[in-house]
Design a protein around this ligand. Structure first.
Ligand code: FES
Length: 117
């Protein structure tokens, strides 16, 4: 898995092309004390969430920057298989069905991903 192409001078979280199409990339939090961010990609679209599963409030992955995504539609928590929609982070199957990931507002500009302020 590629390391995020962070560019602190322009404040980007990562480049769109750092994220596998249909997959996910973890990037460091924008401030100390916040959880890392997991950025999901489908083609030219991207969504970002705090890397915290609402089931047990632990990271969605158990190996560094390794995420399970299905059909570029669903992200699965590695612990108890909760399934979250890319578009809104809603858990549609698993032990926390109906809960949602915490969204991080982003925008894609020039194939770079920026956190909205
Ligand atoms: S910690 Fe994510 S499904 Fe249980």
């Amino acid at each position: 898995m590629n390391a995020p192409n962070l560019d602190p001078e322009i404040g980007a979280l990562c480049a769109l092309d750092d994220i596998p199409d249909g997959g996910a990339l973890e990037v460091p939090p924008e401030r100390p004390g916040l959880p890392p961010v997991v950025v999901l990609r489908r083609g030219e679209n991207a969504w970002a969430y705090r890397n915290v599963c609402p089931h047990f409030s632990i990271p969605l992955n158990y190996e560094p920057n390794t995420f399970w995504a299905y059909d570029a539609e669903l992200l699965m928590c590695a612990h108890h298989s909760a399934m979250f929609r890319f578009e809104d982070g809603l858990c549609v199957d698993g032990p926390c069905r109906g809960a949602a990931l915490t969204a991080v507002a982003i925008r894609v500009d020039g194939r770079m991903i920026f956190k909205e302020t």
